[in-house]
Design a protein around this ligand. Structure first.
Ligand SMILES: *[C@@H]1O[C@H](CO)[C@@H](O)[C@H](O)[C@H]1NC(C)=O
Ligand SMILES: *[C@@H]1O[C@H](CO)[C@@H](O)[C@H](O)[C@H]1NC(C)=O
Ligand SMILES: *[C@@H]1O[C@H](CO)[C@@H](O)[C@H](O)[C@H]1NC(C)=O
Ligand SMILES: *[C@@H]1O[C@H](CO)[C@@H](O)[C@H](O)[C@H]1NC(C)=O
Length: 393
């Protein structure tokens, strides 16, 4: 009897401890937002892939020695109005952060290629940007980009294109700012756009096209040099997602692509040995496809000068980023390189934000492109929030 009783007491006290510790620091709401956008859609000069051979051949042609010399793969655009389901998660600190009596600061988080919104809250506190942000007093709005997670998966040829994705982000921002995104989501005092990789490209494009919609930019996993994007494309082999992971992606059209396995994932997103292999395996298990048209339409929105964006801009880049720095961001030739004794404004990327006040660059040590999935992920959080606080956001 006694041992069982003791166990029960232990369990009871453990339960009490858990419930105390679990007193919510923040509350999160998951919802689907119908988002209607009008954006140019570009027809493609090639038919949909019938099989993996055609997709890999397309990659051969797109990256060979004569790549870029032929005609554009894009036809003239037509404006299309469409409504998509966008899966979003809004998290807010338990003690609502009020600045000047208004609705607080919201970070609008846009994830990159290969992920969905779970990138921002990948695991425990070591890998959880959302948790850190709400602890620091910010609300967050993360969402699955078009063609990922629980959002709509329209044609990977004609719909999942950069201008349409930008229109989705723009419309989400407009709904958020006006307090009409959801009944539990008050209009915020400020909206800071935070991106990772492709999400940074879109956030940057928003700041360039509609600067009044953003009060600040944090661009992670991002520079202004596209030289090494092909390394990423080649590392995927343009595997059809439906062939590579039929259990998850059988229903997707052949324009949805992915890479073959965890080691290909490591090649593009992780810097060895600065990550936990279990995290890599989880990232692979959760990986999201990308759309062939997404890559082909990237030049329409990147790189771009945000000529009128007069708010704070912070670029946080991984020391060993493959895709945006060819594996080394802190050396001359990198668009975020600041010479010894120089200022952030000396980095080539600063020229893309002529009115930013201020512009800053941070090199995140011992991380690869998937910055939030490395051991040193959390040190980026305080750096980011410190920058925002110093600048009144
Ligand atoms: C699409 O709409 C934009 C904005 O209204 C307009 O400037 C553009 O000319 C339109 N493009 C086409 C192809 O109709
Ligand atoms: C998060 O989990 C990992 C492994 O599962 C562990 O090593 C790490 O200490 C944890 N971090 C925190 C802050 O709990
Ligand atoms: C990109 O980086 C390469 C290699 O360092 C460099 O030669 C090139 O000028 C850079 N391009 C831009 C647009 O910064
Ligand atoms: C982790 O990042 C922080 C902040 O960027 C940096 O100061 C620190 O040296 C890094 N730690 C390691 C082990 O690289």
């Amino acid at each position: 009897m006694t041992p069982i009783l003791n166990t029960a007491i232990v369990l009871l006290s453990a339960a009490l401890t858990v419930s105390c510790a679990a007193e919510p620091e923040s509350t999160c709401t998951d919802f689907i937002a119908p988002v209607t956008v009008t954006a140019p859609s570009y027809g493609l000069q090639f038919p949909p892939f019938e099989n993996g051979y055609q997709a890999t051949h397309f990659l051969n042609v797109a990256t060979n020695r004569d790549a870029g010399l032929g005609p554009s793969p894009l036809k003239a655009p037509v404006n299309v109005t469409q409504t998509f389901d966008i899966s979003a998660r809004y998290c807010t600190p338990a003690k609502t952060y009020a600045r000047d009596g208004k609705g607080g600061s919201v970070m609008l988080l846009t994830h990159g290629i290969g992920f969905d919104k779970s990138y921002w809250s990948f695991g425990n506190a070591t890998y959880n940007y959302v948790l850190a942000a709400t602890r620091a007093g910010y609300s967050t709005l993360s969402y699955d980009r078009l063609g990922t997670g629980l959002s709509s998966h329209p044609s990977a040829y004609t719909a999942v294109q950069a201008p349409t994705e930008l229109a989705v982000l723009t419309q989400l921002t407009t709904l958020l700012r006006s307090g009409t995104l959801g009944h539990r989501i008050p209009a915020p005092a400020t909206v800071v756009h935070v991106g990772h990789s492709w999400g940074s490209i879109l956030s940057c494009a928003l700041a360039a096209a509609t600067p009044s919609l953003s009060d600040g930019l944090v661009l992670t996993g991002f520079t202004h040099n596209a030289t090494w994007m092909n390394d990423f494309a080649i590392s995927t082999g343009f595997r059809l997602a439906r062939d590579a992971a039929p259990a998850r992606f059988a229903a997707l059209d052949s324009g949805y692509l992915t890479w073959p396995d965890a080691l290909a994932n490591q090649y593009a997103f992780f810097a060895y040995p600065f990550f936990d292999p279990a995290v890599l395996r989880l990232a692979e298990a959760r990986k999201q496809p990308f759309a062939v048209a997404e890559l082909l339409t990237e030049p329409l929105v990147y790189p771009v000068v945000a000529a009128e964006f007069a708010a704070p801009v912070l670029i946080v880049v991984a020391e060993f980023d493959l895709i945006f720095c060819g594996g080394a961001c802190g050396i001359p030739g990198s668009s975020v390189y600041v010479p010894p004794g120089g200022k952030a404004g000396d980095a080539p990327s600063a020229a893309f934000f002529p009115k930013a006040r201020p512009f800053d660059v941070v090199l995140q040590p011992r991380t690869g492109h998937g910055m939030n999935l490395h051991y040193n992920a959390s040190s980026m959080y305080e750096v980011t929030f410190g920058f925002l606080r110093r600048n009144g956001l």
